[in-house]
Design a protein around this ligand. Sequence first.
Ligand code: C2E
Ligand code: CA
Ligand code: CA
Length: 935
Amino acid sequence: MGSAVPRRPGRRRMHWAAAIAVPVGVALSVASAALDEHRLRDHERVEVASELAIASSALPTRLDVQRGVALAATLVGPADAGTDPDAWAGRIQALDVQDRSVATRAVLWVAPGPAEDRATGAVPLDVEEQGGGSGAGAEVRQSASYGSSALLDGVGLDEVGRALAAARDSGEPRLSAPFWSGATGPGAAESAIAVPVYGEGADTPGTVDARRSALTGWTVVTFRLDSFLGESMRHLHPGVAVSVVDDELGVELAAFSTSGPVAEPGQRPADATAVDVTLLDRTWTLTGSSTRVAPWVSLPVLLAGLVITGLAALVLVVQADSERRAVATAEARTRDLRRRTRELETITSSTPDALARVSSDGRLLFANQALIDLVPLPADWPGRPVAELATHHTLLAAVADLAAQVTAGGSDGQLRVAAGDGPGDAPGDAPGDGSRDPSGAAVPAVTRTASVDVGPLFYELRAVPEGALDDGVESVLVAAREMTRRRDAERRLGHAAMHDPLTGLANRVLVRERAEWMLGTRGRGVAVLLLDLDRFKLVNDSYGHGLGDELLVLAAQRAESLTPRGGVAGRLGGDEFVIVVPDTSRARAEALARSVVEAFDEPFVLHEEEFTVGCSLGVVHSGDRAQNWDELLRLADVAMYRAKAAGGACFRWFEEGLGDTARQRLQLAADLRRAAGSDELGVAYQPEVDLRTGQTIAVEALMRWSTPTRGNVPPCEFIPVAEETGLIVGLGRWIMRDAVVAVAEHNRRCGGDVRMWVNVSARQLTGPDVAAGIVDLLTELDVPTRWLGIEVTESVLADDERVLPTLVALRDAGIGVAVDDFGTGYSSFARLRDYPVTLLKIDRAFVQGLADPSPEAAERAAHIVRAVVAVGRALGADVVAEGVEDVELLRHVRTLGCDLAQGYVFGRPGTLAGAMAADGQAGLAPGHEAPAGVR
Ligand code: C2E
Ligand code: CA
Ligand code: CA
């Protein structure tokens, strides 16, 4: 600052300057404080909005879990419960819902009051003990319960009563208004989902009046709103508070904050951000606010500004005096320099470091004993050029080089960087930044360092200029210290601190470091692939940790081999891995994600056994939003859980605004349209084996699509697009003809009687004369109807009544009708009896649940499988277990009474010949593979 101020200013001019500087400084301080606060709030608002979006997107799915419990209550347990409270109690007990969700409080059956009261619409609710008689004036009584709920204490009767009425009149599940009770804890709210039941064997009647008179009761599930909401808020960022308000009542249901107490509703900042979530017919508003930006958050900025202003004024006033002192300081510095030179002299003789003093013209002025011991110097060394002596030793060469550099850069004071390019230097190894001294004292800015290997030893060199008074360099002192042990220790520590000890992959710390560096450089963006093994826990639990560890090592190798150059693969813990790739487009990231999923679908071979674990992958791209590493990882985690929720063995993008997704789907649809009729499309076949005889009695046809650019596109991606665009109609016609021709050819050649099952979408069944079209096709190909079956998902049956007549016609013609993915579509038990079903396919989630490591979960899955088998018996339909992956599961499903089984245990979908060859082996060849996409 001294040199920027004019020399010798008059005192008056200084005081004038101070008089102007003070008001200007104050004004600037106030303005920057205001700006700072504004910027902080803006930043917080964006963060809060993204928190809300993530939290609210999960709520409808969580509500589906509660609704699923209510619907499941209509499906399990003894058939024909009618209005008998005891039968319903049995069904609800069979549900065993305890672990479904921590929020679930009670599952109830509610029987309606006397028939004459149904006409009035209102449902006054009264609670009776299980199976108890009707209370005074009670119109409705609760007949079976599970868990405990405020409702059972008579709280919330009005709210739930209204939901019951609405559910009954609309024929749809309804969510009740919230109600409060001291019984569930202070201030905790509950809500209930009511599902109407209209008599077994009856459809939902078409009119309100008809619904009122046909009603046989309701299943009701009550759940705690604080835990229900809490599940979605668990991952809130610190510093964000969220309050959830029921719109209709205007009351707060719960409030969450991970840091600090939750503010009272009245005290929340006015600029809070809100998001509406519609759950069934109710709307909740999530209001998020930041707890970080306090009203006086920018006070420090303001104070700092004021203090600086004061100091500046002071400086101006005392400037005149400081001129005088400058001269005195210069003299003191000279004395100091002399003293330090003397000190160095003393140290040189005793230090183990090798020291050399080199003159500015490169001559060796001094070498201490340590250096002489280390480097063989000729007797006449004093005063000879170092460069000449340097030919004797790499260390001396480094000394000469450093000294030359320091001398050359001596007067500009710019060279703060460590040098690493001297002869014999270990490249990039130069430590320190040359501006600090180990003693903590300031050293001249031109200090340079280098490192050099002398045989097995490692030396670090520091060169310090010894200045003349005119700022020039008189000589350079170079100190060489042996640091071999420390370097080795650092290398070891550095590796251990940055790598996972089991797999040797980068650990969390290193991945973060690399990723942050990638994010800081420009390019097409950074892709993050978060990978979680689907069935690792199963292997680990059943084969032990030793084998589990070996499997993780193989998985790590696979992940690393898939990582493109420049990217990094890391293990974040457990069976969770991450791949981070710089300079990558979304398209490239997607292709990579696909190849990773495919690669992990291949089995790992350990001790001559094959383990197929599969993986779920979440993908994010830094171009999606401006993001830091933590944020990217969190979004990838959300995406990964979506992949898990979709059944695993697939990847999911973190869903961006609809724009991106819609564009991708349009592109997919365009590609699919082009592919139709080309050989990019194919059929894979998978056998269905009779568990009584071990014979393959049927085969399922599965569509395959493989393109040069996209690779193998999984059906779960392209079938929905084909359905949306209507392409499925043409594709469906093609696959049915192909499959029928193939099975007929096989049956005729081998004298077999195998049935071909073809998956059919809703859209293919709603047109006119669909059944006739299919029968005509069989006639045209001269194929008996018993060789064909069609599979319809349970949700299609549950959602669209128009398909029923078509299915009846098909069944009557002798064509098989299967309900696919049974157990996931929430068919009412009543409806089911109208379905013309010849085969029930138990969804593989339930089948695979049988092998769940938690005994309770496995028992629950067994309950469900038994229930479906019972339903199958009641309907006169066979039951097939899907997704049977190993012999263990095969044994399970056979014991539980399934008639047929299908799954990887008999082989992956492949050629028809391969599918027929699975016959009789009864799954004793796990991991048998046939190439996908083969006709
Ligand atoms: P899906 O009808 O439930 O088909 C069974 C799926 O489970 C197939 O997946 C099959 O490869 C897989 N799978 C078979 N055994 C096992 C096993 O042991 N473990 C596991 N984890 N999976 C097993 P894919 O081929 O990916 O098909 C997915 C879905 O796409 C099908 O589910 C079906 O809903 C649909 N889809 C496939 N082809 C067609 C088609 O031609 N038309 C229609 N409309 N949908 C189709
Ligand atoms: Ca199917
Ligand atoms: Ca299925």
